[in-house]
Design a protein around this ligand. Structure first.
Ligand code: ADP
Ligand code: ADP
Length: 232
């Protein structure tokens, strides 16, 4: 489903070069929840940007769903990216739009008709458990509710992959658990492939099937969560 082959990413600046990701090989299966864990600066965000085509690798290839997204651009990349969706630590909602309008936004961009949009938005609102909050503004919602809007918006155009960028790091432990349970439920129900990056071990333990541990740009260990995190 997702294949990273010999990926390296070197950022060049006036002060020299930084190798953010070095010789990474990963394959992520369809329908699994795959975690990438590491401390700050380990290269996790760079990995996510490589996966959604926002960044090109200096070396190696990234293939998502049969498309080599590391070597396409323009419309072809835009089309491929419609199948790769994302949620964020700080939700990235539009603050002047209601819950329903935020969720409808990617549908509007995709040219979905008004009638279809309302139908789809209703389904999504039910899916993430926000019934009754359609007309609220983001500022009126709790952190967990904001992330539910982020998830609904991310699912609007039926993506094949959901990338989660520290999606629970701004939430308290209880809310974190409820969002992780929602992601697990969506993974089971829709068979959606989920890749998440985090610095928190309990997030990985709670929902991931497999994990890659990153340190200084390299994957130092990967495999089943139970094996990688077993106590010696
Ligand atoms: P993480 O998400 O694990 O904190 P990052 O991928 O953000 O790690 O960063 C990995 C390394 O690459 C860090 O040393 C960071 O400073 C550097 N880096 C990240 N993005 C850029 C960039 N756009 N330009 C230069 N260096 C960058
Ligand atoms: P939270 O506290 O819910 O995590 P933040 O205050 O960190 O949210 O905001 C997340 C993002 O939304 C930031 O980039 C911020 O600039 C933007 N933002 C926050 N409030 C508003 C607002 N009223 N109007 C426009 N953008 C906003």
């Amino acid at each position: 489903m997702i294949e990273l082959k010999d990926i390296s990413k070197i950022y060049k600046s006036k002060n020299g070069e930084i190798t953010a990701v070095k010789n990474v090989n990963l394959s992520i299966n369809k329908g699994e929840i795959f975690g990438i864990i590491g401390y700050s600066g380990a290269g996790k965000s760079t990995m996510i940007r490589l996966l959604n085509g926002l960044e090109k690798p200096s070396n190696g290839t990234v293939t998502v769903n049969g498309k080599q997204i590391s070597s396409i651009s323009g419309n072809e990349l835009r089309n491929a990216r419609q199948k790769i969706s994302m949620i964020f630590q700080h939700f990235n909602l539009l603050w002047s739009r209601t819950v329903a309008e935020n969720i409808a936004f990617p549908l509007e961009i995709a040219g979905v008709s008004k009638t279809e949009r309302s139908k789809r938005v209703k389904e999504l609102i039910d899916l993430v458990g926000l019934s009754g909050r359609e007309n609220a503004y983001p500022s009126q919602l709790s952190g967990g509710q904001k992330q539910r809007v982020g998830i609904a918006r991310a699912l609007a155009n039926n993506p094949e992959v959901l990338l989660c960028d520290e999606a629970t790091s701004a939430l308290d432990p209880e809310t974190t658990d409820s969002i992780l349970e929602l992601l697990l439920d969506i993974n089971k129900r829709l068979g959606l492939t989920i890749v998440l990056i985090t610095h928190e071990m309990h997030v990985i333990r709670k929902i991931c099937n497999r994990v890659a541990v990153m340190e200084a740009g390299q994957v130092v260990e990967q495999g089943d969560v139970l094996r990688v995190f077993q106590n010696p």
